[in-house]
Design a protein around this ligand. Sequence first.
Ligand SMILES: Cc1ncc(COP(=O)(O)O)c(C=O)c1O
Length: 356
Amino acid sequence: MRHNLARVRELMPQSKVWAVVKANAYGHGIAKAFEGLQDTDGFALLDLSEAKVLREHGWQGPILLLEGLFTQADVFDALDLRCDCVVHDLHQVDWLETAIEAKSSSAAHEMTLYLKMNTGMNRLGFVPEAYREVYHRLHAAGYQVAHMTHFANADYVDRSPSVDEQVELFKQTIDGLSGQTSLSNSAAILWHHHIVTCDWVRPGIMLYGASPSGKFEDIEHAKLLPAMSLRSQVIAIQHLEAGEAVGYGSRYKTDVPIRIAVVACGYADGYPRHAPDGTPVWVAGASGLADGQICRMAGQVSMDMITIDITDMPHVEVGTEVELWGQYLPVDLVAQSAGTIGYELLCAIAPRVQRV
Ligand SMILES: Cc1ncc(COP(=O)(O)O)c(C=O)c1O
């Protein structure tokens, strides 16, 4: 994470960094992310409970709530925890105005509001026609207001709205208004850093070393390192004769005699149940993981186990180490095989998986 954050700074040297650690730091654990991302300028996340964990770990710097307030009462907790807030909806504007009347207007100065503009993503935020009025309301209530938008297609070259179109609309709309700006996610940092400038960038997935597009080939040369390695071991070996099958539904049938390793990791650990036969799994060589090789999934993923074809690896025995993804096997390759993206696999790691 430390290395990947340094990479963000290399690409966007003029910008401050909101390290995005929502969803338990994309499955890596808030406490671990706090350790690895000490050099960030601020942490961006979703839940007040995660903000509390960061404060308990001693983080004194800025924290941004990426979806802002969910209830009126959240304003007071956010103020207590010294959080900045995204504002994307009129309910939040009402709550923020009312809360400040109830508290004191000086409290408003302690919170920066990131006013979210909908420049084409059409998920959260105020359309440009409504944006300036909301900006003036929040300003009048005494808050510091920053400007923010989110890209829909920073990982595509041919989709509308393009990054250029969204940036243009954003710039036109905030023309003449004071306040800092925040635009780029990982995809924009990696692939549009020459054209998108802003005071604060908001990288998430690239801090964990996975691809914003979901394709490993897109980040192969981006000099990122995987932060998470999911590892387990072989707990049993099966010898199958030609014509036999393995696992639920007898999905994988063999025409020739093969050796199958049963690995202790299943969908209850967060491994994708829909991973098909052929999904890559890294299996240690005779002297460890570093001289390992890719083996292929053979049979349906179970709750606690997967089965892989190790016919070409005669040294494999009970206890042999296996990497499901991470240092030797990019999570994006597993995700691509399973028809999803690295984000989903990383976030889905189950609580029972031991973190070391
Ligand atoms: C508003 C906002 N900014 C930044 C990010 C980080 O995105 P990424 O992980 O693609 O860098 C997210 C993640 O979804 C987000 O919702």
